[in-house]
Design a protein around this ligand. Sequence first.
Ligand SMILES: Nc1ncnc2c1ncn2[C@@H]1O[C@H](COP(=O)(O)OP(=O)(O)OP(=O)(O)O)[C@@H](O)[C@H]1O
Length: 259
Amino acid sequence: MPLIQAENLTKVYRQNIKQPGLKGALRSLVKTEWAEKTAVDHISFTMEEGESLACIGENGAGKSTLIKMLVGILNPTSGSVKVYDGNPMHHHEAYLRKIGVIFGQKTNLWFDIPVIESYRAIQVLYKLDNNLFEKNMKMVTDLLELEPILHAPARRLSLGQRMKADIGLIFLHSPKILYLDEPTIGLDINVKFAIRKFIRKMNQENGISVLLTSHDLDDIEQISDNALVLSKGKIFYHGSLSELKSNYATTRLITVKGG
Ligand SMILES: Nc1ncnc2c1ncn2[C@@H]1O[C@H](COP(=O)(O)OP(=O)(O)OP(=O)(O)O)[C@@H](O)[C@H]1O
Protein backbone atom coordinates (compact mmCIF):
# COMPACT_ATOMS: atom_id res chain seq x y z
CA MET A 1 0.00 0.00 0.00
CA PRO A 2 1.53 3.37 -1.02
CA LEU A 3 1.98 6.05 1.62
CA ILE A 4 0.18 8.67 -0.49
CA GLN A 5 -2.46 7.90 -3.09
CA ALA A 6 -3.98 10.76 -5.09
CA GLU A 7 -6.66 10.08 -7.65
CA ASN A 8 -7.98 12.76 -9.96
CA LEU A 9 -7.18 15.23 -7.23
CA THR A 10 -8.47 18.69 -8.14
CA LYS A 11 -8.63 22.08 -6.45
CA VAL A 12 -10.57 24.95 -7.96
CA TYR A 13 -10.38 28.29 -6.14
CA ARG A 14 -13.31 30.65 -6.46
CA GLN A 15 -12.61 34.34 -6.11
CA ASN A 16 -14.85 37.32 -5.86
CA ILE A 17 -14.00 39.80 -8.68
CA LYS A 18 -14.17 43.46 -7.76
CA GLN A 19 -14.34 45.92 -10.65
CA PRO A 20 -12.25 49.09 -10.17
CA GLY A 21 -13.66 52.50 -9.27
CA LEU A 22 -16.88 53.71 -7.67
CA LYS A 23 -19.01 52.29 -10.47
CA GLY A 24 -17.40 48.87 -9.94
CA ALA A 25 -17.92 49.06 -6.16
CA LEU A 26 -21.60 49.95 -6.61
CA ARG A 27 -22.03 47.19 -9.17
CA SER A 28 -20.53 44.57 -6.84
CA LEU A 29 -23.15 45.57 -4.23
CA VAL A 30 -25.93 44.32 -6.48
CA LYS A 31 -24.16 41.59 -8.44
CA THR A 32 -21.29 39.43 -7.20
CA GLU A 33 -19.03 38.14 -9.94
CA TRP A 34 -16.80 35.13 -9.49
CA ALA A 35 -13.70 33.86 -11.24
CA GLU A 36 -12.52 30.28 -10.98
CA LYS A 37 -8.91 29.14 -10.96
CA THR A 38 -8.03 25.46 -11.28
CA ALA A 39 -4.84 25.21 -9.23
CA VAL A 40 -4.56 21.40 -9.22
CA ASP A 41 -6.14 19.69 -12.18
CA HIS A 42 -7.11 15.99 -11.96
CA ILE A 43 -3.75 14.64 -10.83
CA SER A 44 -3.14 11.01 -9.90
CA PHE A 45 0.07 9.74 -8.35
CA THR A 46 1.41 7.61 -5.54
CA MET A 47 4.31 8.05 -3.14
CA GLU A 48 5.91 5.19 -1.22
CA GLU A 49 6.93 5.13 2.42
CA GLY A 50 10.59 6.20 2.83
CA GLU A 51 10.58 8.03 -0.52
CA SER A 52 12.00 11.51 -1.00
CA LEU A 53 9.95 13.25 -3.66
CA ALA A 54 10.48 16.76 -5.03
CA CYS A 55 7.43 18.58 -6.32
CA ILE A 56 8.74 20.95 -8.98
CA GLY A 57 7.08 23.54 -11.20
CA GLU A 58 6.86 27.14 -12.23
CA ASN A 59 5.32 29.81 -9.96
CA GLY A 60 1.62 29.10 -9.68
CA ALA A 61 1.95 25.47 -10.89
CA GLY A 62 -0.08 24.24 -7.89
CA LYS A 63 2.66 22.87 -5.61
CA SER A 64 1.58 24.60 -2.37
CA THR A 65 -2.05 23.82 -3.07
CA LEU A 66 -1.15 20.14 -3.41
CA ILE A 67 0.80 20.16 -0.13
CA LYS A 68 -2.09 21.86 1.69
CA MET A 69 -4.45 19.10 0.51
CA LEU A 70 -2.00 16.41 1.63
CA VAL A 71 -1.60 18.03 5.04
CA GLY A 72 -5.39 18.22 5.34
CA ILE A 73 -5.81 22.00 5.65
CA LEU A 74 -7.46 22.41 2.25
CA ASN A 75 -10.44 20.45 0.99
CA PRO A 76 -10.14 19.11 -2.58
CA THR A 77 -12.87 20.27 -4.98
CA SER A 78 -13.03 16.76 -6.45
CA GLY A 79 -11.04 13.55 -6.59
CA SER A 80 -9.46 11.96 -3.57
CA VAL A 81 -6.26 11.80 -1.59
CA LYS A 82 -5.32 9.19 0.97
CA VAL A 83 -2.33 9.18 3.28
CA TYR A 84 -1.80 6.01 5.29
CA ASP A 85 -5.03 4.87 3.64
CA GLY A 86 -6.99 7.66 5.37
CA ASN A 87 -8.38 11.03 4.40
CA PRO A 88 -6.04 13.80 5.69
CA MET A 89 -9.05 16.12 6.10
CA HIS A 90 -10.21 13.96 8.97
CA HIS A 91 -7.69 15.44 11.37
CA HIS A 92 -7.10 12.26 13.29
CA GLU A 93 -4.71 12.94 16.10
CA ALA A 94 -2.74 9.92 14.90
CA TYR A 95 -2.18 11.54 11.48
CA LEU A 96 -1.05 14.84 12.94
CA ARG A 97 1.45 12.96 15.09
CA LYS A 98 2.94 11.41 11.98
CA ILE A 99 3.56 14.58 9.98
CA GLY A 100 5.94 17.52 10.19
CA VAL A 101 5.17 20.60 8.10
CA ILE A 102 7.22 23.61 7.02
CA PHE A 103 5.85 26.47 4.95
CA GLY A 104 9.08 28.40 4.32
CA GLN A 105 7.52 31.83 4.65
CA LYS A 106 5.85 31.10 7.99
CA THR A 107 7.13 30.08 11.40
CA ASN A 108 5.75 27.60 13.93
CA LEU A 109 7.72 29.21 16.75
CA TRP A 110 6.13 31.53 19.30
CA PHE A 111 7.66 34.89 18.45
CA ASP A 112 8.19 36.40 21.90
CA ILE A 113 9.40 33.46 23.93
CA PRO A 114 12.77 31.67 23.81
CA VAL A 115 13.04 28.87 21.25
CA ILE A 116 13.47 26.32 24.05
CA GLU A 117 10.07 27.34 25.47
CA SER A 118 8.42 26.80 22.07
CA TYR A 119 10.03 23.36 22.08
CA ARG A 120 8.71 22.64 25.59
CA ALA A 121 5.25 23.73 24.47
CA ILE A 122 5.46 21.11 21.72
CA GLN A 123 6.35 18.51 24.33
CA VAL A 124 3.18 19.37 26.25
CA LEU A 125 1.01 19.62 23.11
CA TYR A 126 2.11 16.23 21.78
CA LYS A 127 2.31 14.68 25.28
CA LEU A 128 5.90 13.55 24.63
CA ASP A 129 7.54 11.67 27.47
CA ASN A 130 10.75 13.17 28.82
CA ASN A 131 13.03 10.49 27.40
CA LEU A 132 11.80 10.91 23.82
CA PHE A 133 11.74 14.71 24.10
CA GLU A 134 15.29 14.90 25.50
CA LYS A 135 16.56 12.43 22.88
CA ASN A 136 15.04 14.40 19.99
CA MET A 137 16.10 17.73 21.52
CA LYS A 138 19.68 16.53 21.69
CA MET A 139 19.58 15.22 18.14
CA VAL A 140 18.26 18.46 16.58
CA THR A 141 20.45 20.65 18.80
CA ASP A 142 23.60 18.75 17.77
CA LEU A 143 22.86 18.25 14.10
CA LEU A 144 21.47 21.73 13.45
CA GLU A 145 23.85 23.48 15.87
CA LEU A 146 21.00 25.13 17.77
CA GLU A 147 22.72 25.58 21.15
CA PRO A 148 23.57 29.30 20.67
CA ILE A 149 19.97 30.22 19.78
CA LEU A 150 17.88 28.05 22.12
CA HIS A 151 17.48 30.82 24.68
CA ALA A 152 16.72 33.66 22.27
CA PRO A 153 13.15 34.62 21.34
CA ALA A 154 12.29 33.82 17.72
CA ARG A 155 11.79 37.50 16.88
CA ARG A 156 15.50 38.15 17.51
CA LEU A 157 16.75 35.38 15.22
CA SER A 158 18.07 35.86 11.70
CA LEU A 159 16.06 34.18 8.93
CA GLY A 160 18.57 31.30 8.76
CA GLN A 161 18.61 30.77 12.54
CA ARG A 162 14.82 30.92 12.65
CA MET A 163 14.49 28.34 9.88
CA LYS A 164 16.92 25.95 11.60
CA ALA A 165 14.92 26.33 14.83
CA ASP A 166 11.69 25.69 12.88
CA ILE A 167 13.14 22.55 11.28
CA GLY A 168 14.30 21.36 14.71
CA LEU A 169 10.81 21.91 16.13
CA ILE A 170 9.06 19.66 13.61
CA PHE A 171 11.32 16.72 14.55
CA LEU A 172 10.54 16.77 18.27
CA HIS A 173 7.53 14.47 17.97
CA SER A 174 9.37 11.98 15.65
CA PRO A 175 7.33 12.55 12.48
CA LYS A 176 7.20 9.89 9.77
CA ILE A 177 6.41 12.23 6.86
CA LEU A 178 7.77 15.71 6.18
CA TYR A 179 5.98 18.20 3.97
CA LEU A 180 8.48 20.94 3.23
CA ASP A 181 7.26 23.88 1.15
CA GLU A 182 10.34 25.88 0.15
CA PRO A 183 12.31 25.21 3.34
CA THR A 184 15.44 27.08 2.21
CA ILE A 185 13.87 30.16 0.62
CA GLY A 186 15.97 33.27 1.22
CA LEU A 187 18.70 31.46 3.16
CA ASP A 188 22.44 31.76 2.64
CA ILE A 189 24.46 28.88 1.22
CA ASN A 190 25.78 27.65 4.60
CA VAL A 191 22.33 27.38 6.18
CA LYS A 192 20.93 25.78 3.01
CA PHE A 193 23.72 23.22 3.15
CA ALA A 194 23.09 22.42 6.84
CA ILE A 195 19.34 22.03 6.29
CA ARG A 196 19.71 19.84 3.18
CA LYS A 197 22.24 17.60 4.93
CA PHE A 198 19.99 17.20 7.96
CA ILE A 199 16.86 16.38 5.94
CA ARG A 200 18.72 13.93 3.72
CA LYS A 201 20.14 12.18 6.77
CA MET A 202 16.67 11.88 8.32
CA ASN A 203 15.36 10.39 5.06
CA GLN A 204 18.21 7.97 4.43
CA GLU A 205 19.05 6.88 7.96
CA ASN A 206 15.70 7.18 9.73
CA GLY A 207 13.45 6.31 6.77
CA ILE A 208 11.40 9.51 7.07
CA SER A 209 9.40 10.20 3.91
CA VAL A 210 9.93 13.67 2.44
CA LEU A 211 7.78 15.67 0.07
CA LEU A 212 9.63 18.86 -0.83
CA THR A 213 8.83 21.85 -3.00
CA SER A 214 11.64 24.14 -4.04
CA HIS A 215 12.82 26.32 -6.87
CA ASP A 216 16.42 25.61 -5.86
CA LEU A 217 17.92 22.85 -8.02
CA ASP A 218 20.54 22.07 -5.38
CA ASP A 219 17.81 21.46 -2.78
CA ILE A 220 16.07 19.12 -5.19
CA GLU A 221 19.19 17.21 -6.17
CA GLN A 222 20.57 16.90 -2.66
CA ILE A 223 17.34 15.96 -0.90
CA SER A 224 15.23 14.02 -3.41
CA ASP A 225 15.44 10.83 -5.48
CA ASN A 226 12.21 11.29 -7.39
CA ALA A 227 10.37 14.19 -8.97
CA LEU A 228 6.78 15.17 -9.58
CA VAL A 229 6.77 18.01 -12.09
CA LEU A 230 3.60 20.09 -12.20
CA SER A 231 2.71 22.55 -14.91
CA LYS A 232 -0.49 24.58 -14.75
CA GLY A 233 -1.89 22.15 -12.19
CA LYS A 234 -1.25 19.00 -14.25
CA ILE A 235 1.48 16.37 -13.98
CA PHE A 236 4.15 16.90 -16.60
CA TYR A 237 6.53 14.21 -15.27
CA HIS A 238 6.60 11.71 -12.41
CA GLY A 239 9.59 9.43 -11.97
CA SER A 240 13.21 9.35 -10.98
CA LEU A 241 15.15 12.58 -10.81
CA SER A 242 18.10 11.08 -12.68
CA GLU A 243 15.84 10.05 -15.56
CA LEU A 244 14.30 13.50 -15.61
CA LYS A 245 17.76 15.03 -15.86
CA SER A 246 18.95 12.66 -18.57
CA ASN A 247 15.75 13.03 -20.62
CA TYR A 248 15.15 16.74 -20.30
CA ALA A 249 18.49 18.31 -19.44
CA THR A 250 20.63 16.95 -22.23
CA THR A 251 21.04 20.22 -24.02
CA ARG A 252 22.03 23.72 -23.05
CA LEU A 253 21.21 26.74 -25.17
CA ILE A 254 24.01 29.25 -25.40
CA THR A 255 23.24 32.49 -27.16
CA VAL A 256 26.26 34.50 -28.23
CA LYS A 257 25.62 38.12 -29.13
CA GLY A 258 28.23 39.43 -31.54
CA GLY A 259 29.51 42.99 -31.38
N1 LIG B 1 -6.50 31.14 -1.84
C1 LIG B 1 -6.44 31.27 -3.17
N2 LIG B 1 -7.46 31.84 -3.87
C2 LIG B 1 -7.41 31.96 -5.21
N3 LIG B 1 -6.41 31.51 -5.99
C3 LIG B 1 -5.36 30.93 -5.35
C4 LIG B 1 -5.32 30.79 -3.92
N4 LIG B 1 -4.15 30.17 -3.58
C5 LIG B 1 -3.50 29.94 -4.75
N5 LIG B 1 -4.23 30.41 -5.80
C6 LIG B 1 -3.86 30.31 -7.22
O1 LIG B 1 -3.68 28.93 -7.53
C7 LIG B 1 -2.57 28.76 -8.40
C8 LIG B 1 -1.59 27.79 -7.76
O2 LIG B 1 -1.03 28.42 -6.61
P1 LIG B 1 0.04 27.67 -5.67
O3 LIG B 1 0.37 28.60 -4.57
O4 LIG B 1 -0.45 26.32 -5.34
O5 LIG B 1 1.28 27.55 -6.69
P2 LIG B 1 2.80 27.18 -6.41
O6 LIG B 1 3.20 26.18 -7.44
O7 LIG B 1 2.99 26.79 -4.98
O8 LIG B 1 3.51 28.57 -6.71
P3 LIG B 1 4.87 29.22 -6.12
O9 LIG B 1 6.01 28.43 -6.70
O10 LIG B 1 4.82 30.61 -6.65
O11 LIG B 1 4.79 29.15 -4.61
C9 LIG B 1 -2.00 30.15 -8.66
O12 LIG B 1 -2.52 30.63 -9.89
C10 LIG B 1 -2.52 30.97 -7.49
O13 LIG B 1 -2.69 32.32 -7.86
